[in-house]
Design a protein around this ligand. Structure first.
Ligand SMILES: CC(C)(COP(=O)(O)OP(=O)(O)OC[C@H]1O[C@@H](n2cnc3c(N)ncnc32)[C@H](O)[C@@H]1OP(=O)(O)O)[C@@H](O)C(=O)NCCC(=O)NCCS
Length: 152
């Protein structure tokens, strides 16, 4: 019999029935979580790609990125605390990088809070570099964003 801890992480495109689980992941992951409606609007956004990762049906993480001309823009990525440092974020980010390569994109960009040292280290590990600061980008606490980019 296969043990539950050995079930692989699988990811699928997000549909309306996944939104409750996306909200669970978001609320466990951020001090200032997005509202449910923000995720719902991504479902009808034609240039948005939105995936959920599950381990044995349990929601583990998600990624949203936008396919825009010449570029991919990472909108949000999160992994629930209990599933961190197991490679789930790497799988989700890897899907995005692979998509960028397969679709002849030149660049991937993202914003990250200056205080989010863990995420900055994570992005650096996958070849992203800090390019500039957007002052007071986050309206919830007036925090600055670091813009990071990775050329394909
Ligand atoms: C950032 C995040 C998505 C990473 O997800 P994850 O599944 O834990 O990442 P992985 O297990 O794939 O990590 C891959 C590598 O990235 C680096 N890394 C990941 N998280 C890190 C952290 N907190 N501190 C330092 N390095 C980290 C490590 O090198 C890690 O490899 P290792 O575990 O073998 O050392 C997750 O920490 C998270 O959801 N954070 C809260 C939400 C968030 O800040 N999102 C980003 C918004 S811009």
């Amino acid at each position: 019999m296969i043990k539950e801890e050995n079930f692989p992480i699988i990811f699928t495109k997000v549909t309306e029935k996944d939104i409750d689980d996306i909200v669970i992941i978001e609320n466990e992951s951020f001090q200032y979580p997005w509202k449910r409606e923000t995720f719902e609007s991504e479902l009808t956004n034609t240039f948005s790609r939105f995936f959920i990762a599950r381990k044995n049906k349990d929601p583990a993480g998600f990624i949203i990125y936008w396919d825009i001309p010449y570029e991919i823009h990472l909108i949000n990525i999160a992994v629930r605390p209990k599933y961190r440092r197991m490679g789930t974020g790497a799988m989700l980010l890897g899907e995005m990088i692979n998509y960028a390569e397969m679709n002849s994109k030149q660049l991937i960009t993202l914003e990250v809070r200056v205080s989010n040292k863990g995420a900055i280290t994570f992005y650096r590990k996958f070849g992203f570099r800090e390019v500039y600061i957007r002052e007071k980008y986050y309206v919830d606490n007036d925090e600055d964003a670091i813009v990071m980019e990775r050329y394909i």
